[in-house]
Design a protein around this ligand. Structure first.
Ligand SMILES: C[S@@+](CC[C@H](N)C(=O)[O-])C[C@H]1O[C@@H](n2cnc3c(N)ncnc32)[C@H](O)[C@@H]1O
Length: 267
């Protein structure tokens, strides 16, 4: 891909997904797009960029953005957010005699995050229902998440043997999540760059390991949207290396018992 086309590609990708690429990522882009080129029989990277620039081809745009997303995830990632959910936030909701708790897993990838949350809800035997809305930009990864089917390799990443046997059934090609866990989770495509008010208000938002891909300006806009999507006193949980500090004045920082931080909406 020529340097000019690479620059134009980066601008397009950021406009549609927020994902910001540095100048030294040209090789990564070419590697990730090679499958799209092969599948759609496009002869070169430069032609692909020309088509993205000058033709309106939603299917091509979608394939390109999906190829550029990083879907890395695991069960109970970093542990501390889930320990805090179990030991702090769900007991808090119980003490407040909440009638239900709504949790948003924004950028949920292949489902490990919302399903981990659902497992905790099952383990605590709560007096209220927990509703989990799980969204991602990629419809391809959401199709996979909805199946609730995983192989040994992906279950080996963060899931204990006890939970595997409690919450999954062995099936021919892997492990199928039980409906007790899947029924709390509703998956929906949502781009964090677009308005998300239709999703409603949440008591807790997990938006983990996605802000790292965005510019400071995009992060600020998204954090503002997340603040608007929280109930009064609601809590935002970001990835271990992410924070609202220097980006938003709308939260107070809470140190969590198991390490890490959460961000509570100021009243
Ligand atoms: C690294 S995964 C994080 C998954 C999970 N939250 C975790 O921490 O394990 C990042 C996810 O963000 C999604 N993503 C990237 N840009 C997005 C956007 N603009 N809106 C919504 N999701 C986005 C990707 O499709 C990908 O599934």
């Amino acid at each position: 891909m020529s340097p000019e086309h690479y620059q134009k590609f980066c601008a397009l990708l950021e406009q549609h997904s927020g994902i910001l690429l540095s100048v030294d990522k040209r090789y990564l882009v070419e590697t990730r797009l090679s499958r799209v080129l092969r599948e759609l029989q496009i002869p070169s990277m430069d032609e692909l960029v020309e088509r993205l620039l000058h033709r309106h081809e939603p299917a091509l745009e979608k394939a390109v953005i999906e190829a550029m997303t990083t879907n890395e995830t695991l069960w109970f990632r970093d542990e501390y957010p889930f320990a805090a959910l179990r030991d702090v936030f769900l007991p808090e909701a119980e003490a407040a005699r909440k009638r239900s708790v709504r949790i948003w897993s924004a950028a949920c990838s292949s489902g490990q995050e919302p399903y981990s949350i659902s497992m905790l809800a099952s383990e605590r035997n709560l007096p209220f229902p927990v509703e989990i809305v799980a969204t991602d930009l990629s419809s391809r990864i959401l199709e996979q998440a909805k199946l609730g089917m995983y192989d040994d390799l992906s279950l080996g990443r963060g899931l204990s043997a006890a939970r595997k046997h409690q919450f999954f059934d062995r099936v021919e090609h892997g492990w199928q999540l039980k409906s007790e866990i899947t029924r709390r989770v509703r998956f929906q495509v949502a781009n964090l760059l677009d308005p998300v008010s239709a999703l409603g208000r949440f008591d807790l938002i997990f938006c983990r390991n996605v802000l790292i891909y965005f510019s400071r300006e995009t992060k600020m806009k998204i954090i503002e949207q997340l603040a608007n999507a929280l109930q009064p006193n609601g809590v935002l949980i970001l990835g271990a290396s992410e924070s609202v500090q220097q980006l938003s004045e709308r939260f107070t920082i809470e140190r969590l018992p198991g390490g890490g931080m959460a961000f509570r909406l100021k009243n």
